[in-house]
Design a protein around this ligand. Structure first.
Ligand code: ASP
Length: 338
């Protein structure tokens, strides 16, 4: 009798586990993104790519895969698209190169990995994951990170792989503006709407898997015209990325300097832990109050260990979306409510 009861108990716990909520949330950057600044065709392309990233990442969770795998799957799709400021399509530095940053964190183990200022690694998020899983360190930079990625057999590319004419034109226009040779009014891109220097196109993903484990990842080209080896918040654990099974997983996009100074991703988790705030309240406090009061533009995506999600931003738009047991990708760009 006792054995039967134990078996029944085990069966029900396993069944409950199998039914655990799985959730994936992604972003493709925040900024001056309004319907007026965008053609319907462009909007369609963005929605399509965000849906694809959600579907492929969610499929990993549905078949019982880990939140880490779902996060890297979704991010890789956005890294490979020139639509976003990550991987292909990364913005240009002052010197006309592409220097990429990425980070990832495992909410179960507290392990984390990051790369910064890399120029020849095709997928910075995979390199960040390799740093976490295959090295004793958390963050590797520049040529050292590239050497490590090569040793790990990660795909290498020429820096020109990241070249995108539209991003290059943005750099040139921004540099002209800086030198007083141009006015803001002429920063409109005929095809792509308002000057994209006002857009933070970093990509990120957070997920909760069927085992109840959280993960977060972020990948970026940084900010247009950056120089002196500038590194933003995206590869900084606690600023641009954070995950902890006790609270939540967070990925940020926006003006990195503000996100670093305010330790944004960790602050959301800390407010849940120490103040007992809900995910939504914690996320809103940080993005709509702390950051906004300082003029720190941007937003975050977050999921907690119960599958609640939050996607606040203090700019006019943020490419974002989520997918859960309801089964269809939900994608948003402007101020529309989830
Ligand atoms: N947060 C990134 C950075 O400051 C930029 C972005 O979100 O697009 O490097």
């Amino acid at each position: 009798m006792k054995n039967i009861l134990i078996l029944l108990f085990l069966f029900f716990t396993m069944a409950a586990q199998a039914q655990n909520k799985v959730v994936l949330v992604i972003h493709g950057g925040a900024g001056t993104i309004t319907p007026e600044n965008m053609t319907p065709e462009l909007e369609r392309i963005y929605r399509q790519k965000l849906s694809e990233a959600l579907e492929k990442g969610y499929a990993v969770l549905e078949r019982g895969g880990t939140s880490l795998e779902a996060v890297t799957t979704a991010i890789q799709i956005m890294e490979e698209s020139p639509l976003f400021n990550a991987g292909r399509g990364a913005v240009f530095t002052h010197a006309g190169r592409n220097e990429l940053d990425a980070s990832i964190m495992d909410g179960k183990t507290g392990q984390a990995g990051a790369v910064a200022g890399v120029t020849t690694i095709k997928s910075p998020i995979l390199a960040a994951q390799a740093v976490m899983q295959k090295s004793p360190h958390v963050m590797l930079t520049g040529t050292g990170a590239e050497e490590f990625a090569r040793e790990q057999g990660l795909e290498q590319v020429e820096n020109s792989y990241f070249f995108d004419q539209r991003r290059f034109d943005q750099l040139k226009r921004l540099q002209q503006l800086e030198q007083g040779k141009d006015k803001e009014g002429s920063l409109k891109d005929p095809e792509w709407g308002l000057f994209e220097g006002k857009k933070f196109g970093t990509v990120g993903a957070v997920a909760l898997d069927s085992q109840g484990n959280l993960a977060a990842g972020t990948s970026t080209g940084g900010m247009t015209n950056k120089r002196w080896g500038r590194v933003g918040d995206s590869p900084i654990i606690g600023a641009g990325t954070y995950a902890n099974n006790q609270s939540c997983a967070v990925s940020a996009t926006g003006h990195g300097e503000f996100f670093i100074r305010n330790v944004v991703a960790y602050d959301v988790a800390a407010r849940m832990k120490y103040q007992g705030l809900s995910l939504q309240n914690a996320a809103e406090e940080v993005v709509m109050k702390t950051l906004k009061e300082q003029g720190g533009e941007g937003g975050i995506i977050a999921v907690d260990n119960k599958g609640n999600i939050a996607m606040p931003f203090n700019t006019s738009g943020m490419y974002r979306g989520y997918m859960n047991q309801k089964g269809k990708p939900q994608v948003f760009i402007f101020q529309e409510k989830k």
